[in-house]
Structure formats: structure tokens, C-alpha cells
Design a protein around this ligand. Structure first.
Ligand code: WT7
Length: 647
């Protein structure tokens, strides 16, 4: 296979924080003497009580545990705000761009953000929220979302952000799971010119959540929304009487910081738990090195705060590092496909970090939408969330970056807290489509399905053999599930769920999930979740969901549905099921294809053979492998014959 290589530009090699030699040296130290390495790196934070012990970690069942800096204390919000006041209090912390290009931007200095966070923290306290309490945030991409996160962190409350595209049902499930008593939302969200009824969704969700006694409502659009006396509080009215000072709580490094729900291969979404000290070190360090970040530069991560990327690279990483972080409420292609690059020009963005799905969508619209903007401020580009195909990579490099900006393709997960395998712009020659090399402290290994370690150029399951500070610490409310999910497939190792190839130069190429998780537009969906939504519909007897290749989304959602005997499947039912899933989970779970199936391919013991369903969805039906173990092999021919012809 011939691969393009883009060598590190000379100026980058000379001026970057980390060049190739330094990377090699630091990487070696980080895995050979992790305690020495992390003791040093942790000095990037202000500690209220210095730690003495760097780590106590084991992936083995006998003494399983993950603890970093465990006797240290700090407050992450104070690290994001207070310590910057003396040096850069008037520098811009958040540069906000509305969904509506005619609405003025907002520029919020570190000093202003500090005051807003303190006021909101005091409001939370006034509503009875304290250390260890969970607070659910269901908010649009507005600065107040960052304010609410940091206010929780300031008083030691644990935030759980639910992406504002999720349905009332999905929201209710997440509120109940973590036992939040307070929800923060807005009257409406605004995305691509459309209004999202956030408060109404919360009201609907709360019919299932009896324990919620406070809802703080931000006025975003000014829509007339129902306010329930005693329970609902207008954000601005609530903070008006609160003082702009609120002492930060001293949090133990291992105290929980946030919960973020993500899809797994089985059952309902799990609450991934991150703690304070290790996460702060990890988010800050990766933000600095991966993006070669220097104070004063304008940094834009185009992810929503509803995903981990927004947590680590819109809020925590950049603010710990004193950055100016851009927050964008809108979407890439509205009002037109120049929008991203207009925002780049408007703010003089130097570092832009986005998702392949958006790039592929923009690429399809044509180069002129990019070329009518200047983009002269850009110096570095990033990609995250799913594999980037070399064609999109080259387009990003050539058209968006005009050949002068390195691209950092960062592989990581909700569970890993921040970037794990990634090029460093001053150190790593780039191969389009490869996440390339491990970050400091990351020890990747490829193993076969039996767990045998594979050496050299090879392909296998990606595992990590050492802990890193930003590693998740647990599944909220289900300690067993954490160990069970990640450390039992390959005992003693963290299993990522991803397949991966390593080439002769030691570059890693993520090939995609090898469990029942699919990646739709960079968003992770559990096939089991979509299946349970489908079978909850009265017409459905059984459903099986698999991924299918999709030119823009990376993967699309392909659902096989068997209806109840008395139901005659038709177009109307197909449309109804699509709406049903959108209502149950949210628009991101919209099935791309629903194929009605009289029967599903099952083994004699009744297990659905997804391998076959995937092949049919991919239209790779010439090579289905062995189907002789099926209880009724004839269903396969029926499924192939009935496969809808897709555009
Ligand atoms: C899964 C994690 C990264 C934070 C946002 C998504 C896939 C992520 C890449 C990449 C290839 C990638 C993996 C991973 N993925 N980044 N650069 N190249 N694949 O976090 O929702 O937890 O999803 O996204 O399959 O396991 P997430």
C-alpha cells in the first residue's frame, strides 16, 4: 500500500514545544519512569495540598484500582479561572459565536467568567447543591454552559451533561441514573436556524423524575415557556442577588468531577466517571502539546459540550492553559457551507479542531465555499471522533489549510478523557488516515482475539497496558461494570473496543469498533440501545441493528425489523418507526435504513448472527462465510433479495 507522507514542516520542527527528539525522549521517560514524568507534569496545576504519591494503579483483578495524585487536593475551576486573574484577567476566555450570524458575538474575559461562575455557584448552593451532588446540564452551546460546568466544579458538585439533541426519554434515563436533583436548561436551543424546545423536553422528562426539585432556566431565545412555581428558577433572576465571590472547595484529586453517559455494546448507556486531579493534568497537558498551544492564541474546538471532546477541549484543557476558547452555537453548513471558515476569519482562529463527518459534508459542497474565505490565521488543524479517510484528510490539508497547516488526527474515547494516539505537529511526520503515535504515558499494544501479543507491523485489537491520569475511574452506580467491561476481555489490560493496524514505522491506524458500537457522524451509538427502542414499538417483534458504510456520516444505522405476526409492514410503518426511534433516543439515532425481515439469521441456540447482517448491510453478499450453523439458512437468501436498493 502506498502512503503519502507529509513531513514536519521545518518551521514547526524548529519552533514547536515538542520536536521529534524531544518526543522520543519524553515518551521513553513517560513509560519507563511514569512517576517521575507525571510528578513533573502535574506541576502545571495549582494544588491546594501537594500530592506525595503519584499513582497507585493496577488493571489486575486481585488489586484492581486506579488512583492518581491521591493525597493531593485542588479545585479545577480555580485552575481554570482564579489563577489567571493576576496575569490575564482581562484576556478573553470565551469567544462566543451565535447560531445566527447577525447576532453579535460575546467576548467574556477571565475576570467576567470568574464572576459569573461564582454567582452561579452561589445560586446552586442556595438551591441546596453541595459536594458530591449530581447536577444535570441540558444546554445549548452558550457560554452559560461553561459557567454551569465550572460552577459545579467550584463547589464540588458532579456535572452530568446531556447532549441537547437527546430526547426527553433519554434525558430522563440519565437524570434518574445519577440521581440529580437539579437540572440546568434553557428555554430553547438554536441550531441551524431551528429552535429546539429544551425546557419543554425537560418538563416532559421530569414527569418521570420525582426527585428533581430545581430547574434553572436560561433565557436563550426568549420563548414563552412554562415555569413551575417553586421548582423553576430563571437563571438571571436567580444569580442577580448572588455575590460574585465563592471560595473554591478543596477537592481531593480522586473526587468525582463529572459523569458523561456513553453507549456501550450492551444495555443502556453507562455513566463514565472522571475524577479531578488526573483529568485536569491530562486535559491540560494534551491540549498544550497536541495543539502546540501558547497563551494568547485563539483556539477553536468545534465539538458540542455534550460530548467529551467539548468537556476537554472547549472548556477544561483550554481554560486551564489560559487560552481563548471559541464556542460556536451553530452548525457547519448554515446559513451556508462557508460558516466555519467565516468564523475562523472573524476571530482570527489559529487552531481549528473538528470532526471528519463535518469535513466530508463540506467537501461535498465544493471548494469555493472555503476559498471565498481567507483563513490566513490558521496554523494548525485537528480531527477527532472517527477515522478520517485519506481523501478527506488531503482536502482538509490542501483546501482548508492551503498546505501550510499540519493536521493532528487524535484518537481517544470518552473513557480516556483526552487525546491518546495522535501526531504532535512539531514531531510527527503525518500519514493521512493514521492517528500515528502514542501520547506520553500511553502504552498501546495489539493483541489477537485470544490475547496473544502481536509484534511489529500487524493488525489486532487495541489494548492499553498502563494507566494514564485521565483514565475513567468507574461506571456511575455500577462498580462491577467498569472492571467487567474494560478489563476482562484481555485480563490485566484496558480493552478499547477498537481494531487497529500498526505499520512498519510504528504508526497506529484505527480501523473502527470491533464491538457492537457504531460511530455515526463521530457520535457513538450502541446497536443494543437502538434495538431496544425499536422493540418497544407495539408493531415490532424483533430488531437487529448494525452499522453500514455512509459517505458523510462514516457509519449509518441499518435496522432489520421483524414485525408482529398480525402487522403488515409497509411504508407508513417504516416512517413511523424512524420517528419512534428519534423520539425514544434523539435525532442522532435516526435509522438510515429499515429493512423488514420475516426472520433473522440465528444460530441453533438463538443467537443473532450479526456478522451476516453486517455483510448484507454493506452489500458484501458474495462472501458471507459459513452459514451452515444457522437454524434456518434460508432466511439469508430472503434478506439479500429484500435488501433495499440504496442510492
Ligand atoms: C470512539 C470513541 C474522541 C472523543 C470523541 C469520541 C472512535 C475517535 C478517532 C480517530 C479513529 C476514532 C473510536 C473510539 N474514534 N477518534 N481519530 N480515529 N477513530 O468519543 O464517543 O467515546 O467514541 O470513536 O472508535 O473508540 P467516543
Amino acid at each position: 500500500m502506498s502512503e503519502a507522507i507529509h513531513p514536519v514542516p521545518e518551521a514547526w520542527a524548529k519552533n514547536a514545544l515538542i520536536n521529534a527528539d524531544r518526543y522520543a525522549e519524553l515518551y521513553r521517560q513517560s513509560v519507563e519512569d511514569p512517576d517521575g514524568f507525571w510528578r513533573q507534569e502535574a506541576q502545571r496545576l495549582d494544588w491546594l495540598t501537594p500530592f506525595t504519591r503519584v499513582q497507585r494503579t493496577s488493571f489486575d483483578e486481585a488489586d484492581f484500582g486506579i488512583r492518581w495524585f491521591e493525597d493531593g487536593a485542588l479545585n479545577i475551576a480555580a485552575n481554570c479561572l482564579d489563577r489567571h486573574l493576576a496575569v490575564r484577567g482581562d484576556a478573553i476566555a470565551i469567544l462566543w459565536e451565535s447560531d445566527d450570524p447577525s447576532e453579535p458575538e460575546r467576548r467574556i474575559s477571565y475576570r467576567q467568567l470568574h464572576a459569573e461562575v461564582c454567582r452561579f455557584a452561589n445560586l446552586l448552593k442556595a438551591r441546596g447543591v453541595g459536594r458530591g451532588d449530581r447536577v444535570t446540564l441540558y444546554l445549548p452551546m452558550v457560554p452559560e454552559a461553561a459557567v454551569a460546568m465550572l460552577a459545579c466544579a467550584r463547589i464540588g458538585a458532579i456535572h452530568s451533561i446531556v447532549f441537547a439533541g437527546f430526547s426527553p426519554d433519554a434525558l430522563a434515563g440519565r437524570i434518574l441514573d445519577c440521581g440529580s436533583r437539579l437540572v440546568v436548561t434553557a428555554d430553547e436551543g438554536l441550531r441551524g436556524g431551528r429552535r429546539v424546545p429544551l425546557k419543554a423536553n425537560v418538563d416532559e422528562a421530569l414527569t418521570h423524575c420525582r426527585d428533581v426539585d430545581s430547574v434553572i432556566v436560561l433565557r436563550r431565545t426568549g420563548a414563552d415557556v412554562a415555569m413551575q412555581a417553586g421548582r423553576d428558577v430563571d437563571w438571571h433572576e436567580g444569580v442577580a442577588s448572588q455575590p460574585a465571590e465563592c471560595p473554591p472547595e478543596a477537592m481531593n484529586a480522586e473526587d468525582p468531577l463529572f459523569i458523561l453517559y456513553t453507549s456501550g455494546s450492551t444495555g443502556k448507556p453507562k455513566g463514565v466517571l472522571h475524577t479531578t486531579g488526573g483529568y485536569a493534568v491530562w486535559a491540560s497537558m494534551t491540549h498544550q502539546y497536541v495543539f502546540d498551544y501558547r497563551p494568547g492564541q485563539i483556539f477553536w474546538c468545534a465539538a458540542d459540550i455534550g460530548w467529551v471532546t467539548g468537556h476537554s477541549y472547549v472548556v477544561y484543557g483550554p481554560l486551564i492553559n489560559g487560552a481563548t476558547t471559541v464556542m460556536f452555537e451553530g452548525v457547519p453548513n448554515w446559513p451556508d457551507p462557508s460558516r466555519f471558515w467565516q468564523v475562523v476569519d472573524k476571530f482570527g482562529v489559529e487552531i481549528f479542531y473538528g470532526a471528519p463527518t463535518a469535513l466530508r459534508a463540506l467537501m461535498r459542497e465544493g471548494d469555493h465555499w472555503v476559498q471565498k474565505t481567507r483563513r490566513s490565521s490558521l496554523r494548525l488543524l485537528g480531527s477527532v471522533g472517527e477515522p478520517i479517510n485519506p481523501e478527506a484528510w488531503e482536502w482538509y490539508h490542501r483546501v482548508v489549510g492551503e498546505g501550510r497547516c499540519p493536521i493532528v488526527d487524535t484518537w481517544w474515547q470518552t473513557e480516556t478523557g483526552a487525546a491518546m494516539i495522535t501526531p504532535l505537529p512539531g514531531a510527527t511526520d503525518l500519514k493521512p488516515g493514521s492517528a500515528s503515535k502514542p501520547m506520553f504515558g500511553v502504552a498501546p499494544q495489539l493483541v489477537d482475539s485470544e490475547g496473544k501479543v502481536l509484534e511489529g507491523a500487524t493488525e489486532g485489537c487495541l489494548v492499553l497496558t498502563q494507566s494514564w491520569p485521565g483514565q475513567m475511574r468507574g461506571v456511575w452506580g455500577d462498580p462491577e461494570r467498569f472492571f467487567q467491561t474494560y478489563f476482562t476481555t484481555f485480563p490485566g489490560k484496558y480493552f478499547t473496543g477498537d481494531g487497529c493496524r500498526r505499520d512498519a514505522d510504528g504508526y497506529y491506524w484505527i480501523t473502527g469498533r470491533i464491538d457492537d458500537v457504531i460511530n455515526v457522524s463521530g457520535h457513538r451509538m450502541g446497536t443494543a440501545e437502538i434495538e431496544s427502542a425499536l422493540v418497544a414499538h407495539e408493531a415490532v417483534a424483533e430488531a437487529a441493528v448494525v452499522g453500514m458504510p455512509h459517505a458523510i456520516k462514516g457509519q449509518g444505522i441499518y435496522a432489520y425489523v421483524t414485525t408482529n405476526a398480525e402487522v403488515e409492514p409497509d411504508e407508513a410503518l417504516r416512517r413511523a418507526l424512524v420517528q419512534w426511534v428519534r423520539h425514544e433516543i434523539g435525532p442522532i439515532a435516526t435509522p438510515d435504513v429499515i429493512q423488514f425481515a420475516p426472520g433473522l439469521p440465528k444460530t441453533r441456540s438463538g443467537k443473532i448472527m450479526r456478522r451476516i447482517l453486517r455483510k448484507i448491510a454493506e452489500n458484501e453478499t458474495s462472501n458471507l462465510g459459513d452459514i451452515s450453523t444457522l437454524a434456518d439458512p434460508s432466511v439469508v437468501a430472503t434478506l439479500i433479495a429484500d435488501r433495499p436498493q440504496l442510492a
